[in-house]
Design a binder for this molecule. Structure first.
Ligand code: WT7
Length: 669
C-alpha cells in the first residue's frame, strides 16, 4: 500500500501546490459564531472535559460516571454509566421547552405542491404512535429493525421510534436491490421490515415493496412488514400477505400518542449502517447512543453555526446513508432545527428544483455533495441564477474531495448572494460512516477556507497524516490519514465481527493505537489537511463507497463469467466510475452481442444501480504479479486512457497489449 497508488493523488498534489486562494469568514458571521478559535486549545488541553461539556447540551436521564473508558482499546466506551433516550432528545425536549409549534420538517415531495410541514409537537405524537405500534408488533429493546424507505417523513419517524424503544435500526438505501437488502437483514438478523409501496422518483412512482418482499423470502427472519402508503401504486406480483403485511396508517394511525421513553445506557446500540470495505462483504458499522448524539449534535452546532431560532437547514443526502442519519435525523433534530427534507431528484420536474426550494423556504444552511455540484456546473449558471438564494449563510460539502473548481463555483454561483453579497463560506467536511460525525472541517466563523482542503481537525478531535511507521509527516508531505485519539461518535465494532473491527481499523498502526481511516492525505505548508482519496480497494462513486471486491463477486456470480477485476476510474461527473475487466468462461464463447448489457444488468440486480459499471471490457487475460495479485494500477491506467505505467512486475508481459486490443469490444453509455 503506497499513497501514490491513490487514484487522485498525483494530480491533486500538483494542483494543490498552485492553489493559493483564501476566503476569510464574513465579518458578521465571525462576530456571532457559535464556536470560536479558543475551542481548539481548550479541547486539546483536556479532551474528555471538552466532550463532557458538549454532552451537557443534551438531556440525560442519568449523568455518566466516566467520560471515556479506554481500559480495553480499541473497544472504547463513552459516557459510561449515563442513561439517555435519543428520541426524547430529538423531539420531546423541544416540545417541553415550549417549542412544540416550531416546524421540525418542511417536507417537500417530488410532485409539485405535495408538501407537509411537521411541527415538533406533531413529530412527537407520530414518533410516540410508531413506538407504540412497534411494541405491539412484538419489537422490544435490542431487536433489529430494517428500514427500506424513500425520503418521506415516516422514514424519520420510523428511525426515531426504533431509537425510542431501543431497537437498533438498519436503514437500507431505497436504491439498493432486494439482494443487498436481504444480505443486510440476514447479517443483523432483523425481524421487522418497514417499507412503503413506493416513492416518487423523476416524476413517476418507483416501487419498493416488491423488492422488500423478495428480500423477505430470501431469509426466514422477517416476521412482519410495516408498509407506508406513499404512492398508492400496485403492489406488484407479491401483492399483500395478511399474515405478514400491515399498513402503517392502520397500526400507527390507531396507536396512542402517549409513550414514555425509556432511558438506555449511553452505550446501547442505536443503529447498524452497512458500508463497503475492501473485501466483498459489507461491514455493519455499529453506532451507540450517547457519544454519537453528543458529537453529531455538537458538530452540527459548530460547523453549521446553527441558530435554531432563525436558520433553515437542508441536507440533500438520503437517510439510507450515514449523512442522512447524522445530519438529517440525529444531529439536527437534537439541536431543534427547522429543516427541509426533499423526496426526489434535483431535476424533477425541472433542473432548477433545488434552487427553487432554497428560495421558497429561505434555506440558510445547505449541505450537499461535490458530485451534485459538478452536475450543476455542467448545466451552467443560468439555471441557479433564476432563483434568489440570498438567504444562504453556509454551504457544506461531503462525500469526496471537492475539487477547487467546484468549490469556487459552489461559493460564487450558489452562494454568491449569501451573507449580504459577501459570498457564502464553504465547509468541506471530512468524515466517514465509521466516524459517525464530522471530524475534519473548517469552522465557518474562524477558518479562512482554501478551495479543496478540509483544513484541520475539529475541536476535540485529533487527526494526523503519518508515514508507514506512523510518524507524523512534515508539512508539505503526503501520507496516511489517521485519528490518533478516540472520539465520542466512533464506531464501536463491526456488527457480529469484533476481529474484523480490530483488523480493519486498528491493525495498521497497532503499536501507536491509531485508527487508520483508509484515506491518503497531505499536509500543506501551513499544516492544513488535503484529503486525496482512498488508498485501499474502495472506490468513491458519487460520494458513496463501493468495494471493488463486492462488484467483482457480483460479476463472477454470472454464469458466463470466469474472472473479473474492477477499478475506479476518474469520472467527470461521479468522481470515480466503476470500470470492469471480465474474462468469460470458455463455455460462454464470445458471450453474445448483448454480453456487456447483460453483465451491467446483472450487477444492477445484485447490488443496485449505483454499482452498475460505466464500462465493461471483455478481455482474455488480466495483468497479474508473479504471486497472482491483480495489478489494478495498470487497469486503472487503461480505464483512464493513460499510458500504461511500470509493467516490470507483470508475470506475463504480453497481457497488457492483449487488454488494449480487448478495449475494442468495450462499451460505454
Ligand atoms: C469516505 C467515507 C461521510 C459521509 C459520506 C461518505 C471520502 C468523505 C470527504 C471530504 C475528501 C471525503 C473519504 C472517506 N470523503 N468526505 N470532505 N473530502 N474525501 O461516507 O461512504 O463512509 O465514505 O468518503 O474517502 O474515507 P462513506
Amino acid at each position: 500500500m503506497t499513497v501514490t497508488d491513490s487514484p487522485t493523488s498525483e494530480e491533486t498534489l500538483a494542483n494543490l501546490s498552485t492553489e493559493n486562494r483564501r476566503f476569510e469568514p464574513p465579518a458578521e458571521l465571525a462576530a456571532h459564531a457559535n464556536v470560536t478559535a479558543e475551542a481548539y486549545e481548550r479541547a486539546a488541553a483536556d479532551r474528555p472535559a471538552f466532550w463532557a461539556e458538549q454532552a451537557e447540551r443534551l438531556t440525560w436521564a442519568e449523568r455518566w460516571d466516566t467520560v471515556l473508558d479506554d481500559s480495553n482499546p480499541p473497544f472504547y466506551q463513552w459516557f459510561t454509566g449515563g442513561k439517555i433516550n435519543a428520541a426524547y432528545n430529538c423531539v420531546d425536549r423541544h416540545v417541553e421547552a415550549g417549542r412544540g409549534d416550531k416546524v421540525a420538517i418542511h417536507w417537500v415531495g417530488e410532485p409539485l405542491d405535495d408538501t407537509r410541514d411537521i411541527t415538533y409537537a406533531q413529530l412527537k405524537d407520530e414518533v410516540c404512535q410508531a413506538a407504540n405500534a412497534l411494541t405491539d408488533l412484538g419489537i422490544a429493546a435490542g431487536d433489529r429493525v430494517a428500514i427500506y424507505m424513500p425520503m418521506i417523513p415516516e422514514a424519520i419517524v420510523a428511525m426515531l421510534a426504533c431509537a425510542r424503544i431501543g431497537a437498533p435500526h438498519t436503514v437500507v438505501f431505497g436504491g439498493f436491490s432486494a439482494d443487498a437488502l436481504a444480505s443486510r437483514i440476514d447479517d443483523c438478523q432483523a425481524k421487522l421490515v418497514i417499507t412503503s409501496d413506493g416513492g416518487y422518483r423523476r416524476g413517476a412512482p418507483a416501487a419498493l415493496k416488491p423488492a422488500g418482499d423478495e428480500a423477505r423470502t430470501k431469509t426466514d427472519l422477517v416476521e412482519k412488514v410495516l408498509v407506508v402508503r406513499r404512492t398508492g401504486q400496485d403492489l406488484g406480483p407479491s401483492g399483500w400477505d395478511d399474515d405478514v403485511d400491515v399498513w402503517w396508517h392502520d397500526v400507527v394511525g390507531a396507536a396512542s400518542t402517549d409513550h414514555t421513553p425509556e432511558a438506555f445506557d449511553a452505550e446501547h446500540p442505536l443503529y447498524v449502517m452497512y458500508t463497503s470495505g475492501s473485501t466483498g462483504k459489507p461491514k455493519g458499522i455499529l453506532h451507540t447512543t450517547g457519544g454519537y448524539l453528543v458529537q453529531t449534535s455538537y458538530t452540527h452546532h459548530a460547523v453549521f453555526d446553527l441558530k435554531p431560532e432563525t436558520d433553515v437547514y437542508w441536507c440533500t443526502a438520503d437517510i439510507g446513508w450515514v449523512t442522512g442519519h447524522s445530519y438529517i435525523v440525529y444531529g439536527p433534530l437534537a439541536n431543534g432545527v427547522t429543516q427541509v427534507v426533499y423526496e426526489g431528484t434535483p431535476d424533477a420536474p425541472e433542473r432548477g428544483r433545488w434552487w427553487q426550494i432554497i428560495e421558497q423556504y429561505g434555506v440558510t444552511l445547505f449541505y450537499t455533495a461535490p458530485t451534485a455540484i459538478r452536475s450543476f456546473m455542467k448545466q451552467g449558471r443560468d439555471v441557479p441564477d433564476k432563483s434568489d438564494m440570498s438567504s444562504l449563510r453556509i454551504l457544506g460539502s461531503v462525500g469526496e474531495p471537492i475539487n477547487p473548481e467546484a468549490y469556487i463555483w459552489y461559493r460564487d454561483v450558489i452562494g454568491g448572494a449569501g451573507n449580504n453579497g459577501q459570498g457564502t463560506p464553504i465547509v468541506d467536511t471530512w468524515w466517514q460512516t465509521e466516524t459517525g460525525a464530522l471530524m475534519i472541517s473548517p469552522l465557518p466563523g474562524v477558518t479562512a477556507g482554501k478551495p479543496g482542503s478540509a483544513m484541520t481537525a475539529l475541536p476535540g478531535i485529533a487527526a494526523d497524516v503519518v508515514d508507514d511507521q506512523g510518524d507524523s509527516v512534515p508539512n508539505g508531505s503526503g501520507g496516511y490519514l489517521v485519528i490518533t485519539e478516540p472520539w465520542p461518535s466512533m464506531l464501536r465494532t463491526i456488527w457480529g465481527d469484533r476481529d474484523r473491527y480490530v483488523d480493519t481499523y486498528w491493525k495498521t498502526y497497532a503499536d501507536r493505537g491509531y485508527y487508520f481511516a483508509g484515506d491518503g492525505a497531505k499536509k500543506d505548508a501551513d499544516g492544513d489537511i488535503w484529503v486525496l482519496g482512498r488508498v485501499d480497494d474502495v472506490m468513491n462513486v458519487s460520494g458513496h463507497r463501493l468495494s471493488t471486491t463486492e462488484i467483482e463477486s457480483a460479476l463472477v456470480s454470472h454464469p458466463k463469467v470466469a474472472e473479473a477485476a474492477v477499478v475506479g476510474a476518474k469520472d467527470e461527473d461521479t468522481g470515480q466510475a466503476v470500470c470492469a475487466f471480465v474474462i468469460l468462461r470458455e463455455s460462454a464463447g464470445d458471450g453474445g452481442p448483448e454480453i456487456v448489457q447483460e453483465l451491467r444488468g446483472h450487477v444492477r440486480k445484485e447490488i443496485g444501480p449505483i454499482a452498475t459499471p460505466r464500462q465493461i471490457m471483455i478481455v482474455a487475460e488480466l495483468p497479474k504479479t508473479r504471486s497472482g495479485k491483480i495489478m489494478r494500477r495498470l487497469l486503472r491506467d487503461v480505464a483512464e486512457n493513460r499510458e500504461v505505467g511500470d509493467v516490470t512486475t507483470l508475470a506475463d508481459s504480453s497481457v497488457m497489449s492483449l487488454i488494449s486490443q480487448g478495449m475494442s469490444s468495450s462499451s460505454e453509455d
